[in-house]
Design a protein. Sequence first.
Length: 418
Amino acid sequence: MEKIMHNIICIDLKSFFASCECLRLGVDPFAYPLVVANPYQGQGAITLAVTPFLKEQGVPSRGRLFEIDKKIKYQIIEPHMNLYTEKSKEVINVYLDYVSADDLHIYSIDECFLDVTHYLKLYNKTDYELALDILAKIKEKTGLTATAGIGPNMLLAKVAMDIEAKHMPDCISKWTYDDVVNKLWNITPLSKMWGIGKRMEKNLNAMGIYSIKDLALYDSGKLKDKFGIMGKELWLHANGIDNSVIADFKAIKKEQSYSHSQVLFKDYDENNILLIVDEMVGVICARLRKNHKQCTGVGFGIGYSKNIGGGFYHSVKLENPTDSEKEIKDICHIIFARFYEYMPIRKVSISCHGIIPKVGVQLNLFDKVDTLVKNDNINDAIDFIKAKYGKNSLLKASALLEDSTAIERNKKVGGHNA
């Protein structure tokens, strides 16, 4: 596969929440023992962030208070999300002094990608020199310290930042395709790699895959059989290949989409959230069928509890258009397994984008026509009954479980498909 050659800078604000609190208090985050957590939740509270000073002493940024060595003295500060949002906006304004909004992808409240490919001649600088300038400007304008990874694609820029930049004197690391074998392949455990969470790590370990090199050398066909289109993406990423560009994320927002998001009434986790995900996929697929549409891409996101903040949202392009509940559920499940960080969940977002008319079904060698027709007939019958008698007239048994929100949600939206 052809490899793209861009100049991508990925920038992360170092210990962002804790650094913002230190700025507010007028102390140095590199010399002050501060933990951002909810002090009213006791020793079981999640540490949302710790200062670089505490990280040097082995305190992880995402753990529990009781896990911190009792010998270490520190101050607990409850999170101030409005402060973090305002500081994030200040940093984004710095980025926009260097690149246009079209070349900026805001990945999270403290992390962004900049495509500087077409700016190097303008500034007469290398990508490394430009990264140095941007980090210095962030420090000057906001008081925050940032790290940066540089690469020929978004993946290598991100991994260079995650793995190496924090250990460099100027907080910048640049990786090229030549670094894939000697640097990327050495990553272990797998969950240190961007896009592989603890759940996905367990799945891959069960297949005998323990390092990125193992993943890169594994049969890509078997990975695709196991994880669908996401399996092929895992293999490509393990080989340093990522042909997504920032323009792709802009295009998705402009496409027609069918979306569904839900703010949950309590905290959910990996044990019960997939029930909610499956119910939401069912709602979107019913809408696709009603309007005789299919999607060419699926996006899935999780928002963590308010006192923690953050989350993730990722989108994949499909090889063939679909309105299949099973296919869309599988994609959402795999994205969840790849990116979930074992934090309490309060929001789920799902989007089927790239909507096109359903004019037929794209078959592959393993599809059975009679099975596809049977499934369509069953779905048509279910949709007919719900349209005539209300959405709660026909429910899956899982809707009766305590953690399900299907029945209450159906009452709120009035009983008929949108």
